[in-house]
Write a new protein. Sequence first.
Length: 249
Amino acid sequence: MNALVNFESLFLAQLQSGDYVGFTFFIGSMAMLAATVFFFVQMTRVDGKWKDSMLVSGLITGIAAVHYFYMRSFWAENQASPTEFRYIDWILTVPLMCVEFYLILKAFGAKQGLLWRMIFWSIFMLVTGYLGETVFRDASPLWGAISTIGYAAIFYDVWFGPAKKLASNSNDPTLQKAFRTLGWFILVGWAIYPIGYMAIPGGLLSGMLSPESMDIIYNIGDAVNKIGFGLVIYTLAASKTAQTSAAAA
Ligand SMILES: *C/C=C(C)/C=C/C=C(C)/C=C/C1=C(C)CCCC1(C)C
């Protein structure tokens, strides 16, 4: 197995019929690319203070698109899970999702402490998950449980903790609605990933799910969360922009 992917194989990767994992890698790479173009174009159309949020949405799907191109050729060549590319992608994109929360709450008094706390727990969640998938695979349920502490901390912040309080104090129904929807992404969308993780051999669901289903589940999770998150931000930015121009008219 070769962790390096040469340039040629990036674009000439083969897809065999019946290779459903490969299929989702190909769809994922194009979906991420298309979403990135969309978010960057829309960035030019929203009001100034929303441009940063749109930029971050485009960066999230853009970083994912590049990794999906690598992951699909890695899969096509080796028929093995591209674990390293996967976690490098996540360690960049998940903290950026935390930045999205910070950016929309900043106007309502969010301090940088909120941002760093969320980023800390997201990295904790991903590093321990990576260890469970690789170095300590025999003990993957234990490392999955440790990783879930990080997930729970972020979930708590958004649903009950300081982030939630800031959003409730904002008195802005459009923002509150977007914040609630992002909260559902954390609760339901992010919960897709531990299901994939439990499919690895020795995992809690390995009796029910084949090992390949892990990558299919992760790919579905990425499409739902990265593109969905960005669309929520876009909807918020577009309606705030429309409200401002209506008020000015
Ligand atoms: C764009 C990528 C995203 C939103 C990735 C999110 C990943 C997770 C929420 C992963 C969570 C995990 C657990 C809660 C326990 C098992 C190990 C992980 C890393 C799969």
